[in-house]
Ligand binder design. Structure first.
Ligand SMILES: Nc1ncnc2c1ncn2[C@@H]1O[C@H](COP(=O)(O)OP(=O)(O)OP(=O)(O)O)[C@@H](O)[C@H]1O
Ligand SMILES: [Mg+2]
Length: 269
């Protein structure tokens, strides 16, 4: 249940950012968890919605499977409201709607339902009092991701610095354009974050240079390095920022958060 805050005027409209890339294992969940934690540390109220049946964001934040009674699945099928789905995490200012395995059947269940692409948007339209909502998408351009893109105002794309990275992302960019035309005219590409950058590997540099050539300013200056502490943190049910605040991975996510917040301020200005 959301703790309604005491000393603070409710946020009129939360910024809703979908973290998406149909390619698997590129750092979507890691970015959702750690960016959310870093933003929450600046006193902003942040909600993560785990929209992936794998439930990695829920596990990575230490949410026990047995306490996931109400999940993003229930929001999508209209069985629960946002307030009913939100649970607290061990991190101040960070809440979450966990995922459950039922989510993998949601696509089929919703196929004949009205407004099936708008289910998440409709659920998030309810009173919630968050500054930011980050949606962790599954590795597919399916109805779940489509719901995230329809609900969001902006999309953040984590991109692993490896060969073929650009090919996959151009497909995603086309999908974003289509969603904009058909469902959500305000949708923007917030930015592309280069992940798992390995400075000892020339390929990482080459891919990063290509992506910057192609997408220009849309690529965040912050690059997330490949860092073993980042990969260890989820098995402790913690964001890397809590697991090892001083490691290179944590520093990178803190920088990314300040870059995101700066972009947000410029957006509003
Ligand atoms: N910067 C990094 N350095 C080292 N390991 C990382 C880094 N980022 C992510 N990982 C690890 O790589 C794996 C994939 O990351 P993650 O789960 O965030 O990707 P994903 O895009 O959400 O995957 P999926 O598509 O399956 O949802 C995880 O084991 C994660 O711990
Ligand atoms: Mg994931």
């Amino acid at each position: 249940m959301v703790q309604t805050n005491v000393d603070r005027a409710p946020s009129a409209t939360p910024r809703i950012i979908a973290i998406a890339n149909q390619k698997g294992g590129v750092g979507k969940t890691t970015t959702a968890i750690n960016l959310a934690t870093a933003i929450a540390a600046t006193e902003k109220r942040v909600l993560i919605i785990d929209l992936d049946p794998q439930g990695n964001a829920s596990t990575g934040l230490g949410i026990d499977r047995h306490t996931r009674d109400v999940s993003s699945y229930h929001l999508l099928i209209g069985e629960a409201s946002l307030t009913e789905g939100v649970i607290t995490t061990s991190i101040p200012n960070l809440w979450m709607v966990p995922s459950s395995v039922d989510l993998s059947g949601a696509e089929i269940e919703l196929v004949d339902e009205p407004r099936r692409e708008h289910r998440l948007a409709d659920a998030l339209a309810a009173e919630g009092d968050f500054d930011f909502i980050l949606i962790d998408c599954p590795p597919s351009l399916n109805l779940l991701t489509l719901n995230a893109l329809v609900a969001a105002q902006a999309v953040m794309v984590p991109l692993q610095c490896e060969f073929f990275a650009l090919e996959g992302v151009s497909h995603l960019v086309k999908t974003i354009e289509r969603v904009k035309q058909v469902f959500n005219p305000g949708l923007e590409l917030h930015g592309i974050v280069l992940t798992m950058f390995d400075k000892r590997n020339n390929l990482s540099d080459m891919v990063a240079a290509d992506v910057r050539d192609y997408f220009g300013d849309k690529v965040y200056k912050t690059v997330i390095p490949r860092n073993v502490r980042i990969s260890e943190a989820p098995s402790h049910g913690k964001p890397v920022l809590l697991y090892d605040m001083r490691c290179a991975g944590s520093e990178a996510y803190i920088h990314l958060a300040s870059e995101v917040l700066k972009r947000e301020r410029e957006w509003v200005a």
